[in-house]
Write a protein that binds this ligand. Sequence first.
Ligand code: TYD
Length: 415
Amino acid sequence: MTKKNYILEQKCRICSSKNLNLILDLGEQPPANSFIDKNELNSSESKFPLRLFWCGDCYLVQLLDIVDKEFLFKNYFYMTSASKPIVDHFKKYAQDVYVEFLKEEKNPFVVEIGSNDGSLLSEFKKLGTQILGIEPATNLSNLANQSNITTKNTFFSSQVCKEIIKSRNATVVVANNVIAHVEDLQDLMHGIQILLDKNGVFIFEVPYLVDLIKKLEFDTIYHEHLSYFSILPLLKLVEQFGLEIFDIRKQSVHGGTLRIFVSKKNNFPINDSVKIFIDNEYSLGLDKIEFYQKFSTNITKLKKNLIELLLRLKNENKSIFGYGASAKGNVLLNFCSIDNQILEYIVDTTTIKHGKFTPGTHISVISPEKILERGKDDIALLLAWNYQDEILEKEKLFRQRGGKFLIPIPQPELL
Ligand code: TYD
């Protein structure tokens, strides 16, 4: 492991407690999106511990092994516009937010944290809203600006907010699948407090910890995702900044997501959903370490079952390839030591990944056309399980020719 670009955090990201308990160890892993080129196959790769901790005081589940964000995000290959289900989700999202919080405002202003290629903001713009994106990846922020989605190429911070409010405050601040990436949650919330108008609303979407645990989505744990949120710790975070959660709505994208609504205190009636989520989290035992220990035991069993099944299929002379060179796939492959001896290659629709090799496990990534030659006695390990329905529908012919999909979680299953 290279120590460069890495620190081990010593205290909880929300409440600063040192009562931090190790609940899952996924071993040393390369950053999950760091695909490598052929000429790098013989060089050593940077690997960092990937361990999940639970704070016994505010109950935040988090990584403490922090890989430098410049190293992880400066050039980012995840593009919102490349994923049709997400584009559809954003269209509806913008319309809903507009009707509820912007329509009645004279000159509404929406700021997005981690605005990626501007997909969501472009929907707000179509609705006649003034917009501003904050995006640290230079390649993405350039793309957004080229399509007239005004974007600042920087990490979000309270300092940036002080600059923005010189012109005006925000009616709505949105952040989707980005809060989990933020190292300094205190500064983020301080920024929100500064940036929001008196009656402004901060709306963010995060994957829900309860879904991750129930569905054993352990492969969504990787260095980019520093926090794994439930409601109990979020309540503690927002209240430190005079903010409150006034509504929580469940979304089906990304295997279980929450849309959370935050405002300055006493501005909106608190919806019943907030109490329902809190009560449910206590009754599930999110405040007790046993809940997380059971999750860890289940992951160990899952790993054993998946490896045994793959070896059995190999012994039966089946040939196995991967479907979807996702970041989560890389976590699963590294954790279960599934390398190029087991998977022939991985097919993926993302052209920039073609010709590259998976980090740590060195499996080549190729274009999905290859699947046209596959069928009988072939197994496709589905590494992009979040798109199971779309992919199974798209690859009907592969199954009709006798091919099978192996779905790895929550239990290995052949379809
Ligand atoms: P993604 O859902 O973006 O997850 P992660 O954040 O874990 O990387 O990854 C899905 C990957 O699967 C992405 O590289 C695109 C690929 N993919 C296909 O190859 N075919 C498909 O039909 C779909 C929907 C995705």
